[in-house]
Design a protein around this ligand. Structure first.
Ligand SMILES: [Mn+2]
Length: 317
């Protein structure tokens, strides 16, 4: 029996969701199953190639819905969970009881853990730390920008590795470790340390670059990282540098896309004026009310910059 798990790649919550779901699946439903993981990224072209669903059981966690009949399980908490109105209608007709969506959860890991406990009576005590940290990280519940940026806890150091490592191999190694090991142990693993060190240097460099590039005006921090190869920078750096800011808009590039990121300062108290997922959806992107993104094709830098400038102008109003 092979269980294929598609998860949101380069995201702590995506990795933790994959680890938690694989434990639920192995302990409660498919004993002895072999788990295979596939990291999913938002991109401008087709998301789900048909050959992705190659398991006896196929699951998607912390990522968009697919109407593919081979999909067995689905858990997501993103406001923009459906690629189309047809997909949303397809989900509403589902009768399996194994496709679940609740955008009120701060993290998909907490969502899966809650459903596992309430619906399936599964409550693994050894994964409590993982679930709590996923909720802090994905829900931006850090005490202050220092906690998020200075990387003093194992979970924040692992976040740097998960967000910054190239390819999916390292993230999948971490997912397999998350199934049974403490975060402290994983972060201290010599193989993970080897990847962490250069990423930490890059993290420090990204702070310098953002400090140089950023323009702060009417509550909005705007910066352009095109040419700096810094996609996956720590998204709390702008609020560490500009604690009085409310929103961040940035443009960055990677090997497979040009990305506009739109975020809000989690330490600003009270409701925000704009829903960032809704703004990003207008440009073909999505996310959550307080953080969103838009993916453009490689090379579509002009188009991405125009969208970013328009959004920054809107947020300054
Ligand atoms: Mn998530």
């Amino acid at each position: 029996m092979r269980v294929r798990i598609l998860y949101h790649d380069h995201c702590f919550d995506g990795a933790a969701s994959a680890a938690f779901f694989s434990r639920l699946a192995g302990d409660q439903f498919y004993p002895g199953a072999e788990f295979c993981f596939t990291g999913m990224a938002h991109k401008a072209s087709q998301l789900f190639e048909p050959e992705l669903f190659d398991g006896d059981v196929n699951a998607i966690v912390d990522f968009k819905y697919s109407p593919d009949p081979r999909l067995t399980w689905w858990f997501d908490h993103h406001q923009s969970a459906f690629l189309s109105a047809e997909d949303a209608a397809h989900f509403r007709k589902d009768t399996s009881g194994q496709k679940m969506f609740d955008p009120t959860f701060r993290s998909c890991t907490m969502y899966i853990a809650t459903v596992a406990r309430e619906k399936f009576g599964y409550d693994p005590q050894d994964l409590k730390e993982l679930v709590e940290w996923a909720d802090i990280i994905d829900g931006a519940q850090y005490t202050d920008p220092q906690e998020a940026v200075e990387l003093r806890s194992p979970a924040t150091r692992l976040t740097l590795v998960i967000e910054g490592s190239s390819g999916s191999e390292t993230v999948q190694k971490i997912i397999r470790m998350m199934r049974h090991q403490k975060l402290e142990e994983i972060a201290a693993d010599p193989g993970i340390q080897l990847i962490y060190k250069p990423l930490y240097e890059r993290h420090l460099r990204s702070m310098d670059v953002i400090r140089q590039q950023a323009r702060f005006e009417d509550g909005v921090v705007y910066f352009d990282l095109v040419g700096h190869d810094l996609e996956g920078y720590n998204k709390f750096i702008p609020y560490y540098l500009f604690p009085q800011s409310t929103y961040t808009v940035s443009v960055s590039t990677s090997s497979f896309r040009t990305k506009v990121s739109v975020g809000s300062n989690p330490w600003v108290k009270g409701p925000l004026k704009y829903n960032l997922a809704t703004i990003c959806e207008r440009y073909g992107g999505g996310g959550h009310p307080r953080v969103g993104a838009i993916s453009f094709p490689i090379g579509a830098i002009g188009q991405a910059r125009q969208a970013a400038l328009e959004i920054a102008a809107e947020l300054r109003r």
